[in-house]
Design a protein around this ligand. Sequence first.
Ligand code: HEM
Length: 76
Amino acid sequence: MSAEPTSFERDVKPLFREGDRDAMSWAFDLWSHDDVSEHADAILGAVENGSMPCDGRWEAERIQTFRRWLEGGKAT
Ligand code: HEM
């Protein structure tokens, strides 16, 4: 059996803190599947290059979870 596909609601949304959502609400809603899907490449780029979040970069494992979700087809 293959593993469950990475899910936005279960795996990706919990990566974003309430403060991340508030800080970024001018650009997109980090708790919205549709918004994060639309901006997924920019979001991946920002967490990979360490520019976002502004207060400390993500562990590699978190970045992998986001990348798997994106490359797996952005399931809800
Ligand atoms: C994981 C959490 C976060 C993600 C994925 C994220 C993602 C992004 C992305 C993709 C942009 C470029 C948006 C655009 O130009 O359309 C951006 C810009 C920005 N973000 Fe965040 N952000 C996060 C958390 C935060 C936090 C915690 C702050 C702190 C206040 C912050 C402050 C800003 C600011 C000031 C900009 C505009 C200037 C810049 O690009 O550096 N973000 N962010």
